[in-house]
Design a protein around this ligand. Structure first.
Ligand SMILES: Nc1ncnc2c1ncn2[C@@H]1O[C@H](COP(=O)(O)OP(=O)(O)OP(=O)(O)O)[C@@H](O)[C@H]1O
Ligand SMILES: [Mg+2]
Length: 418
């Protein structure tokens, strides 16, 4: 018998959680039998690999394996899909069609989201489970099939039974053995392991360095609820891998990818806005606050340097990148010229010192000359709007396209009240 480790490797399953191991062990044990198995667990916990393991380790492995998503097939056609139909059974049935139960004879059928099956289909399914018999839609001929059924559900079947949405007798027939996959939040040891695996996979896929979480970000990852479980973790790892330029991920950055991750900052309530408007606004607000805090720290550092040395131009030269970060990348960073050159990289090269006198190079915000005319402003506004629309409101991508920093874009969004 193949070991659990070998099975994990073969089916690309990551993790060492005892609950996960138990589930895989159970799948290995029941595989050689024809016992019906019900796989349970929240959405995204990895239920789909269990029926594959069962099929591959069974004597049916050379037979067909058909996965049916019961929730995705319209009620009107599901009987025909599963059991087939006779020619002329209904309008449009121009030919006799074999259903999955006929095609998979000798193999395995995986009924995903079995809780979504209509009651009439449940009756037909019960009959197959009891004696292998079924009848095509529009036919009266009883046919036989030999199919192993593995079903899965992410809904509470007892609730469904109580509400008369699912037949109790069918439930017991399907769940001779139940294999439960624990939610990700209960697999604490595996969370970071999974993130690292996904991050390294996506780094390879997108040809970028692997993102790495700081210790505090790892803590946040472990404390998060993960309602979407491993599917959600994988999505988060992919988004971060694609979008974050700084490959070391802080809790603040991570938080922006985790809905309802919580924050110490007070929430600002605006009842007339929809939830998504609201969370967008909140996100902007947080970002601005975090940026301001970081600027303040940089400013303190700079002031200290100045006080210590007393030589302004010397300090300015030594801290060029810091000054650029605080006072903007160049003095006209938000003019239309910049916006029109869409391919400008986000970080500008420092200008050669001799190009202009040192004192003029860096100045405080109040000193910036207001050169923009009204029509230029209109154009800028239009460009920003268009870019935001094109990227579905994703400011990072819009800023990249516009060739301005994300922070400048936040300022503009606020300035124009977008
Ligand atoms: N232990 C794991 N290791 C690696 N990838 C995993 C693991 N568990 C799940 N995944 C991945 O997570 C995603 C979701 O898993 P899956 O489709 O099996 O979820 P599910 O339980 O069927 O959810 P639903 O009920 O929503 O259909 C898939 O891409 C799957 O490959
Ligand atoms: Mg699934």
């Amino acid at each position: 018998m193949e070991s659990i480790q070998a099975i994990k490797q073969r089916f690309g399953i990551i993790g060492n959680d005892p609950g996960l191991n138990r589930a895989i062990e159970k799948a290995i044990q029941v595989a050689p039998t024809d016992i019906s198995v019900l796989v349970t667990g929240e959405s995204g916990v990895g239920k789909e690999s269990i029926p594959k393991i069962i099929h591959q380790l069974s004597h049916r492995k050379h037979g067909k394996y058909i996965a049916v998503n019961c929730g995705a097939i319209p009620e009107g056609t599901i009987d025909s899909e599963l059991f087939g139909h006779e020619k002329g059974a209904f309008t449009g049935a121009t030919q006799t069609r074999n259903g999955y139960f006929e095609v998979a004879d000798g193999g395995t059928i995986f009924l995903d989201e079995v809780g979504e099956l209509p009651l009439t289909t449940q009756v037909r399914l019960l009959r197959v489970l009891e004696n292998g018999e079924f009848i095509k839609v529009g036919s009266s001929k009883v046919q036989k099939t030999n199919v192993r059924i593995v079903a899965a559900t992410n809904v509470n079947m007892f609730e469904a039974i109580k509400k008369d949405k699912f037949r109790e007798d069918l439930y017991y027939r399907l769940s001779t053995v139940e294999i439960h996959l624990p939610p990700l939040r209960e697999r604490k040891e595996d969370i970071h392991l999974l993130f690292r695996k996904f991050a390294s996979d996506f780094a390879l896929k997108y040809k970028m360095p692997t993102v790495k979480l700081t210790d505090d970000a790892v803590n946040m990852l472990l404390k998060y609820r993960w309602n979407g479980n491993i599917r959600q973790l994988r999505n988060v790892a992919e988004q971060i891998s694609v979008l974050e330029q700084n490959r070391t991920i802080s809790p603040d950055t991570l938080r922006s990818y985790l809905p309802d991750a919580g924050s110490n900052l007070p929430a600002v309530v605006n009842q007339t806005k929809s939830e998504s408007d609201f969370s967008n606004e909140r996100e902007i607000l947080y970002k601005v606050l975090f940026d301001m805090k970081s600027d303040l720290n940089d400013l303190k550092k700079l002031t200290m340097e100045l006080m210590k040395s007393g030589n302004t131009s010397e300090v300015a030269k030594d801290n060029e990148s810091l000054i650029q970060k605080i006072y903007g990348e160049n003095e006209n960073e938000t003019t239309v010229e910049d916006l029109e050159v869409l391919s400008i990289p986000e970080k500008h090269e420092p200008q050669p010192i001799e190009q202009e006198p040192q004192e003029d190079k860096y100045h405080f915000a109040e000193d910036v000359e207001e050169e923009e005319t009204l029509s230029l402003q209109d154009k800028e506004l239009e460009l920003i709007k268009k870019s935001l629309e094109r990227h579905n409101g994703k400011r990072k991508l819009a800023a990249q396209e516009l060739g301005i920093s994300e922070r400048t874009l936040y300022r503009k969004i606020k300035q124009y009240d977008l």
